[in-house]
Design a protein around this ligand. Sequence first.
Ligand SMILES: Nc1ncnc2c1ncn2[C@@H]1O[C@H](COP(=O)(O)OP(=O)(O)O)[C@@H](O)[C@H]1O
Ligand SMILES: [Mg+2]
Length: 187
Amino acid sequence: MSQPRPPRSPGHPPSSRSPAGQRIAVYPGSFDPIHLGHLDLIERCRGLFDVLYVAVLSNDTKRSLFSVEERLDMIRQMTKGYPECRVESFSGLLVDFMDQVGARVVVRGLRAVSDFDYEFQMALMNRKLNSRVETVFMVPKDDLTYVSSRLLKEVCSLGGDLSSFLPDIIWQRLKQRLAPAAKSEHA
Ligand SMILES: Nc1ncnc2c1ncn2[C@@H]1O[C@H](COP(=O)(O)OP(=O)(O)O)[C@@H](O)[C@H]1O
Ligand SMILES: [Mg+2]
């Protein structure tokens, strides 16, 4: 005979599944632009979740190199072989977006100890804002831990070769936008 389950403590999420029974996660970020570190994490999420929203934060106060539409387009191109990935933009609170799409899990990447403080605060704040939300931290392949969109833009603008950090399509777009040679061609 099956035993009744013990009651859960208040505020504890009943499970990571949405009411419809699917595991829905959101991987939010700027993705300006998407790079192999981001894609490594997306790959690692495959099989863990039924649906993964890659969600581009549309934030008027943060200056970006690529528009939200351009970033969505690049991510869609990179994830078109992944049927469980949905690529959307959002503004405002992440927890509100999660409620809209029925997600319980936020995926964030941890590259180094320096990421920890901010990510820890965000995870606790998001839980305070919505007790159903859990944050899952994932670690990329070791040789991608130092890759960030900010560093790639900096190196590209100085003429560095980034072909091993970016899918070719993204590398071409970044060069077009930033590389010194491209700028002088259009001068
Ligand atoms: N090289 C990487 N490896 C793994 N995760 C990464 C890497 N670069 C960024 N991330 C993670 O991807 C998410 C989005 O990063 P980013 O595009 O920089 O947006 P944000 O503005 O939220 O920092 C964050 O959780 C970040 O830690
Ligand atoms: Mg970042």
